[in-house]
Design a protein around this ligand. Structure first.
Ligand SMILES: Cc1cc2nc3c(=O)[nH]c(=O)nc-3n(C[C@H](O)[C@H](O)[C@H](O)COP(=O)(O)OP(=O)(O)OC[C@H]3O[C@@H](n4cnc5c(N)ncnc54)[C@H](O)[C@@H]3O)c2cc1C
Length: 497
């Protein structure tokens, strides 16, 4: 055999994937997590099969704002270019509007950047997020995977895992592939030393491998506004008032996404009140900033109104052999803070470094992989627990439906108005830049104390209202108790092994 006729390892691996459907790793789902983990492992020299049921560009209302901590992770993975050529819009921070009163929450500099940045370079160095059409971003991620020689993508629907004859070890998956000419479906099999399942929020594998059901208490209804005039361009907008929160952020030069949170059994969204559209017309539109109303009304009347459940699913340690379930299939939080993709990309960095060929030469070593998954469960917490708890706690405050929660909501807004660390801290947590869970705890209880102070001062009014002190103290205790009830269940869900 001549030298040119000798097959390279890459060619052999590619042949094994194409002919025998066999690789080091089988990834289920070419969404946010699946593409990133496939790319990261392939970059380490692993042979990867990536399975996706629909290769057509997705058209969804999810995953449209990537926080700075997610952007940094994406770049670290070598996928930064996926943000280019998709008409993505820069995000500098948030504009929170509370009963018409505004406060700007810019993403903060990290301590290092603050020290080294010269005055004129500061704005350039400020961490940035990006928002975009989800489908375009996913197309770019899939293109990056398709161009990676160690990955082969198959368009096929995964139906089940394939287990060994003895024991529960997963060897791969069985799928259904539609014939491209006849459309007839036939069964296919794909085998890998490790199967990574990332089939998203409606995972068909969660029940068997995670054993938890997501908790859904509200839905986001999405509209696409054309040429909407936003109060603060290049900022995500959070609108707070009598109803649950509304988000507005640009996803392209001309397009703005509106996400309207509708809690279950909302009295203003019953059929008698005109349903969700009735709620939007009667409650949401009157509370919108004036400049956004024309495009919002136009989108409501002539555009598509689509919905997605807002789920809470605490993380789970993975103890199975030959398979792991990750991404939204394993862990979800309310999308209010736009943190899902940031968690996904950071998880990919953590996991791929723990699974590197130097640490785990053979991915079929189930004992080693289980050990890695245990480490992964704890290592990811510095970021994921912050994003999970923050999203859930902030949602409880922003969708306040009782007196104590409304007091905490007001406290939160007044806290932001103080500026300085009262803005930098929360913004850094939300951005995925600050990765110290204690900082979240500190800011949450600072908000609670400020809320209590506001309750005390507004109940008593002045020194003459001292006779109302007992009532004010009871109200304060109730607010503090509510703050604990809001945050502690989420903290406990994160510290479980
Ligand atoms: C309303 C809403 C808005 C959101 N907004 C944001 C945001 O602005 N920023 C942010 O960071 N996060 C946001 N999120 C969260 C974010 O979308 C998710 O965290 C992220 O998409 C999770 O990635 P994933 O890869 O786990 O799942 P997905 O991205 O959903 O990918 C799953 C993939 O698996 C494929 N698949 C499913 N079943 C099968 C099967 N049987 N066989 C083969 N393929 C299959 C699907 O087609 C899909 O391509 C939002 C979520 C919601 C609900």
């Amino acid at each position: 055999m001549t030298l040119s006729a000798t097959k390279s390892a890459t060619e052999t691996m590619s042949e094994r994937r194409h002919l025998h459907h066999e690789a080091d790793v089988v990834v289920v789902g070419a969404g946010v997590f699946g593409c990133a983990i496939a790319f990261a492992l392939a970059s380490q020299g692993r042979s990867v099969i990536l399975l996706e049921r629909w290769m057509k560009e997705p058209d969804r209302i999810v995953g449209e704002l990537l926080q700075p901590g997610g952007v940094a992770a994406l770049r670290k993975l070598g996928l930064g270019k996926c943000l280019e050529g998709i008409d993505a819009v820069r995000v500098d921070g948030y504009d929170v509007i509370y009963y018409g009163k505004e406060v700007m929450i810019p993403y903060p500099y990290s301590a290092d950047e603050k020290a080294k940045a010269k005055q004129e370079e500061r704005e350039r160095q400020r961490p940035k997020g990006w928002s975009f059409h989800h489908g375009r971003f996913i197309r770019k991620l899939r293109e990056a995977c398709a161009a990676e020689p160690n990955i082969t993508i198959f368009e096929t629907t995964v139906k089940n895992t394939v287990k060994g004859e003895f024991g529960d070890q997963v060897l791969g998956v069985v799928t259904e592939t539609a014939d491209q000419y006849t459309g007839l479906k036939k069964a296919d099999y794909f085998f890998g030393s490790l199967t990574i399942i990332a089939d998203g929020y409606a995972s068909i594998f969660r029940k068997e491998y995670i054993g938890k059901t997501p908790i859904v208490k509200s839905k986001f209804y999405g509209l696409e506004l054309i040429d909407c005039v936003l109060p603060a361009p290049n900022h995500g907008h959070v609108l707070l008032g009598d109803g649950a929160p509304v988000l507005l952020y640009q996803i392209g030069t001309h397009e703005t996404r509106a996400l309207i949170d509708i809690p279950d059994n909302l009295p203003t969204a019953t059929t008698a009140m005109g349903g969700v559209k009735g709620h939007i017309k009667n409650v949401v539109i009157p509370s919108l900033p004036e400049s956004t109303r024309p495009s919002f009304i136009e989108a409501l009347e002539n555009g598509k109104l689509r919905s997605m459940p807002n789920s809470w699913l605490p993380p789970t340690t993975q103890k199975m052999s030959g398979v792991v379930v990750l991404g939204d299939a394993m862990n979800m939080r309310h999308p209010l803070t736009g943190g899902g993709m940031t968690v996904a990309f950071n998880d990919v960095i953590t996991l791929s470094s723990l699974l590197s060929p130097e640490r785990v030469p053979d991915l079929s070593d189930t004992v080693k992989v289980k050990q890695v998954m245990k480490e992964f469960h704890w290592q990811r917490k510095n970021l994921s627990s912050i994003i999970n708890i923050l999203a859930q706690a902030l949602y409880a405050l922003f969708a306040a439906n009782d007196g104590q929660l409304r007091a905490l909501q007001r406290g939160c807004f007044e806290y932001f108005l103080k500026g300085g660390n009262c803005v930098d801290g929360p913004a850094g947590l939300l951005a995925g830049i600050i990765q110290q869970p204690f900082v979240l705890f500190y800011h949450f209880f600072s908000v609670a104390l400020l809320a209590i102070w506001l309750v005390l001062s507004s109940t008593m009014g002045s020194i003459l209202g001292i006779w109302k002190l007992p009532y004010a103290i009871i109200q304060s205790i109730l607010v503090f108790w509510k703050a604990c009830v809001v945050i502690f269940p989420y903290i406990f869900s994160e510290i479980r092994p």
